[in-house]
Each structure stands twice: as structure tokens, then as C-alpha cells.
Design a protein around this ligand. Structure first.
Ligand code: TUI
Length: 307
């Protein structure tokens, strides 16, 4: 499975594990990289020193390339951007904004930059400012999402930029990977199926929710606030959507979700917490190791594409 992406990153398979807030810590990232994909540490809203420690711990577990995802709405984004250079992180992905102001610093340090985009316009802008590849993320994804579906977004981004495009949103098996290649992608990024791996440190309750989930079990909160977030439906999403419909204020709605992801991932409160997940959760049925999962994905993709 050699593509422009495996060449760019020096990895075996064109499979990236999403840099999910609270979920993507060093055990998971190192396991994915060891298995031949690209593991990511999700910096989320954590301070630079937390990220530095995570990077150092990942380096103890793998000598293969791994990366860090910066969530650009984080108050610590500036310091995390610096830590990436200081610690010699090889790959950075960015989410929930535009990383233009960090681009020259990263490029000078030789960091490979892969912004996550949800539109053709942002993908084009990222190419112009020197990105090495882009992730095009469809609205099927978990967490903070854009409008377009993966099926419609990928071919449009592929036609708009020369860079390798990585498809994300709604992919959890070899059929999804093969489909992404057919749409012109050079690789895939997956989140939901990695939450349920053995190396993932999330609370058991979170894993059980994803394994139990059916096709129509996610909800999108925050469409009215401009921060749409997809999560599995529960008491929190029900209450949020009810209040959102009643025209609750931004502050009131934020208070409902504030710390919700931590609550679900760390405390296992899957009733009041935010159980972020993609729409593909219904396809995720078992807990495998990262090695087993990646080998299964590669086998399935090979069988479909005959490569
Ligand atoms: O970033 C993500 N997914 C995330 S971040 C996150 S942490 C969070 N927690 C609670 C509330 C809000 C966030 C959970 N999931 N994916 C990448 C992504 N980026 N999806 C969409 C975008 C995006 C959206 C608008 C990127 C850029 C953008 O506009 C940038 C611009 O300047 O035009």
C-alpha cells in the first residue's frame, strides 16, 4: 500500500489515527505508529508542558514517526506550536481553524504540516501557505464537524489541490479505505475505530457505547452556536438539543457541554458527558489491538483492490 502519503511520512500504511481530544494520548499514538500507521497525540486544550511529556513518552515506546494534532481554538495553541519544534515532532496536524501563523516556523524546522480541512476553500489556502498534505474531513466524523459529506468533499478537494489528500469521516473498514482511494485520496484518517482498541485508554463505558451504537445513534449539537459537534446520543445531547431549540443562549449551551468530553473519557460518565463519535460507530463491533486492527484494514483493502 505505497502512496504519496506513505512516501511523504516514511510510514508503512497510509492510515492515520485521528488526534482526538482526551482520547489520543501517547499509548495509542505509539501503538498505531508501531503497527505501521501514523499515530497522533491530540493536544486538545492541554498546555504545552503536557504535550511535551506525551511526546517524550511516545518516543520511549516507538522509534517510528508519529505526530501531534493541535486544536487551534485552544488557549495553549501558541505554546504547543513551539513545543512541536523544540521536541522535534515530525508531523503536525491541525483542527478547528487555520494554522497559517505557525506555518513558516514549522516549515523552517522541517515539520510536515497536514491541516484538517472541511472545505475546498480552506484546502486551497493551506496549499498556498505551504502545507505538505491535507486531511479532508466529512461531516460523518465525530467531534467538531463541517457541512460536506466525505463522498462529496474528497473528489472536490482532490480536484482543487495538487497535494496528497487524506480522507476522513465515516471510514472504519477496508471498504471505506478502498472507496476513499477511488475518490482520489492518498490515505485515510480514522478516529472512531481507534477509540475502541486495546491500547486506547478511554473508560470502558465509552468503548461499550461505541460497540453498542447503531447507525442512527449520533446527534449534532451546537449547530446554532456555530460549533457543531457530533456525539453519541444520550441525556446530555437530548437536553442540549431541547434547549437549543428553545433558543437558549450560547453561554447556557456551552455550560452543558463544558468538560463533557473529559467526563465521558476519564470518568466514564456516558450519560451526562460528551461521547464524541463518528457516524460509523455502528460498524465498530469488537475491541482489537492496533496491530490487529491495522492488519485487518490492510487485508480487507488488498482483497478489494487486488494490490
Ligand atoms: O477539529 C476537529 N475535530 C474536533 S476538535 C474537538 S475539541 C472540541 N471540543 C468541544 C467543542 C469544540 C471542539 C473535537 N473534535 N476536526 C477538524 C476540523 N476542523 N473539522 C472542521 C474543521 C474546521 C472548521 C472550520 C477547520 C477550519 C475551519 O475554519 C477555518 C477558517 O479559518 O476558515
Amino acid at each position: 500500500m505505497k502512496t504519496k502519503l506513505t512516501e511523504l511520512l516514511g510510514i508503512q500504511y497510509p492510515i492515520i489515527q485521528g488526534g482526538m481530544a482526551w482520547v489520543a494520548e501517547y499509548h495509542l499514538a505509539a501503538a498505531v505508529s508501531e503497527a505501521g500507521g501514523l499515530g497522533l497525540i491530540g493536544a486538545a486544550s492541554a498546555p504545552g508542558e503536557w504535550v511535551r511529556e506525551q511526546v517524550r513518552k511516545a518516543k520511549e515506546l516507538t522509534t517510528k514517526p508519529f505526530g501531534v494534532n493541535i486544536m487551534l481554538m485552544s488557549p495553549y495553541a501558541d505554546e504547543v506550536a513551539g513545543v512541536i519544534v523544540e521536541e522535534g515532532v515530525q508531523v503536525v496536524t491541525t483542527g478547528a481553524g487555520s494554522p497559517e501563523k505557525y506555518m513558516s516556523m514549522w516549515k523552517e524546522a522541517g515539520v510536515k504540516v497536514i491541516p484538517v480541512t472541511a472545505s475546498v476553500a480552506l484546502a486551497r489556502r493551506m496549499e498556498r501557505c505551504g502545507a505538505d498534505a491535507v486531511v479532508a474531513e466529512g461531516t460523518e466524523s465525530g467531534g467538531h464537524i463541517g457541512e460536506s459529506t466525505t463522498m462529496t468533499l474528497i473528489p472536490q478537494v482532490v480536484d482543487a489541490v495538487e497535494l496528497p489528500v487524506i480522507a476522513a469521516g465515516g471510514i472504519a473498514d477496508g471498504r471505506g479505505i478502498a472507496a476513499a482511494f477511488m475518490l482520489g485520496a492518498q490515505g485515510v484518517q480514522m478516529g472512531t475505530c481507534f477509540i475502541v482498541t486495546k491500547e486506547s485508554q478511554v473508560h470502558e463505558n465509552y468503548k461499550k457505547c461505541i460497540i453498542k451504537a447503531k447507525d442512527i445513534d449520533t446527534r449534532v449539537t451546537g449547530r446554532s452556536t456555530g460549533h457543531p459537534v457530533r456525539a453519541l446520543r444520550n441525556q446530555m445531547t437530548k437536553e442540549y438539543l431541547r434547549r437549543e431549540q428553545e433558543g437558549a443562549s450560547f453561554e447556557e449551551l456551552e455550560n452543558l457541554t463544558l468538560g463533557g468530553l473529559r467526563k465521558a473519557v476519564v470518568e466514564g460518565d456516558v450519560i451526562n458527558g460528551s461521547v464524541m463519535s463518528g457516524q460509523i460507530a455502528g460498524l465498530v463491533k469488537e475491541e482489537l489491538s492496533c496491530e490487529e486492527l491495522i492488519q485487518k484494514l490492510v487485508r480487507e483493502t488488498h482483497a478489494l483492490l487486488g494490490v
